[in-house]
Every structure is written in C-alpha cells, then in structure tokens.
Design a protein around this ligand. Sequence first.
Ligand SMILES: Nc1ncnc2c1ncn2[C@@H]1O[C@H](COP(=O)(O)OP(=O)(O)OP(=O)(O)O)[C@@H](O)[C@H]1O
Ligand SMILES: Cc1ncsc1CCO
Ligand SMILES: [Mg+2]
Length: 264
Amino acid sequence: MENILWQHIQHLKNSVPLIHNITNYVVMNNTANALLAAGASPIMAHAQSEIEDMVTICQALVVNIGTLDEYWSMSMINAAKKANELGKPWILDPVGAGATSYRNEIIAKLLELKPTIIRANASEIMALAKVSNLPTKGVDSTAKSNEAIEAAKLLTKEFASVVCISGETDIILGKDQKLSLKNGNALMAKVTGLGCSASAITAAFAAIIEDKFEATSAAMALMGVCGEIAAKNSAGPGSLQLNLLDKLYNITENEFITHLKIGE
Ligand SMILES: Nc1ncnc2c1ncn2[C@@H]1O[C@H](COP(=O)(O)OP(=O)(O)OP(=O)(O)O)[C@@H](O)[C@H]1O
Ligand SMILES: Cc1ncsc1CCO
Ligand SMILES: [Mg+2]
C-alpha cells in the first residue's frame, strides 16, 4: 500500500490537475497554497454566472460550506449538479455540520446530489448521519474518529462512495474497505483550515485517480505525514502552517515511507 500511495503522490505532481474550489473566506489562501505545494492548480470561484463553465474546465470540484450564505449555497448546488452531469468527482466538506438548521438544510440538499467523497471531522460526520445527540462546538470536533465509524458507514451506503473521518486517526471508508492512518500531530488542529486543505488535496487526487478510496487515502496520508514532519520542526501554529507547505512541496519517498503509519 505504501508504494501505491507514493506513486499516486508522484502522479499528482506530474499531472497538475485544475481544481475548482467553492470554499470559505477563512481558508481560501491556505487552501490554494496547499494545492499548489502538493502539485495541483487551484481556482477559487463562486459567481453563479460562471459556475457551470468553471466546473466544465476543471478536473474536480470542492464544495466547502464553511462561510455559507444564501448566494453561495445556490452556487454550490449548481456546481455539484454540473459535476454530476459531466461525471466529474466532487468532494463535500460539511464544515460546522449540525451547528445550525440552515447548515443542515443546505447539507441535506448537497447530500441528495451524492458527493463522490465526504471529508469531515468526527462531530461533522455524526451530524451528517443524524445519529448524534452531541452538541457541536462549531467547526472543531468534540468526538474521536472511531466514534463516527457507524455514521460514516451509513453515509457510504446512502450518499457517497468514500467517506473520510479526520482527527488524531484518519479513517477512510469505502463500500467494503477501511483504512486507518495514524500520522499527523495535535498541533495541526491549532491551524485553521487544515481539514479544508485535506479536502482540497483529496479533490486533487480524485481528479487523477480512478479508485476514489485510494485517492482519499493518498491525500490523507500525504497531509498526515507532512503535518507530522512539519510539526516536529515548528515552534507553534504559525511556523507549522509554513513548514507544512514546504513539506507538501519537498517530501521525499524515504520520508514518506518511513513515517507512514497505516493502522488496522
Ligand atoms: N490530534 C491530532 N493528532 C494528529 N493529527 C491530527 C489531530 N487533529 C487533526 N489532525 C490532522 O489535521 C488534519 C485536519 O484534520 P481535522 O480533523 O483537524 O480537520 P477539521 O476539523 O475539518 O479542520 P478545519 O475545519 O479547521 O479545516 C488532518 O490531516 C488530521 O489528520
Ligand atoms: C473558523 C472557520 N469558520 C468558518 S469556516 C472556518 C475555517 C475552518 O473550517
Ligand atoms: Mg473542517
């Protein structure tokens, strides 16, 4: 598995797919930089007049509801419909799922359009599957990844081909597949939007890899290993953000293979 994932990482750097992001104001800049560093080409666009043309020229789409509003939600729905029509992969990042009824209403509409991949933290995954009575604290998770496995399984059956629960352990679930990745560092949760970057990088791999379970695994492995190495050389969240970009750009095969921790 390690070698296949490394080949996918090389493949991304050689392919430079164009990734359309409808994402939140908070993370636009770090997400674009993370995509560039990993080897993709980002474009952030949400105007309704161009949304369908943009989906048409891009190889994958990210729908991230972080700073949702009434105008953007229409752009998201139209973009997802166009991606489905063209058979292009699209990734849903349901930031803050469960926090408000408006968010839940838009998420329900997006789920009906069957995202190719869902990437979210454990609280959000449980909110999506409506199996949780836990209060959400907004965009940060209050639960552990393994508490959301049943919820994620429901989502793979009902809506998405692949679901990733991120956190201390990242768990990737396909229809009959499961992979746990135990990389990363707790400091990663102190930089805003690294989950959003993980979702965008997942879109980049989905653009070039037919098998979406492997694409999601490659993305989360790359983020986890790079974040872990970067955190060791960082005094705090500020330098982690910069060091992570550098590591996404210059990670070597040896670093990747020796650090990767695949669980059961
Ligand atoms: N405690 C932790 N230990 C190791 N890695 C972590 C930890 N928490 C988060 N990560 C890593 O940080 C990245 C982002 O995941 P996280 O679950 O924090 O996303 P998120 O909650 O959606 O973040 P955001 O909404 O700020 O984008 C993933 O690569 C994940 O593996
Ligand atoms: C802090 C925050 N608020 C809305 S989106 C976002 C970025 C992390 O998801
Ligand atoms: Mg998030």
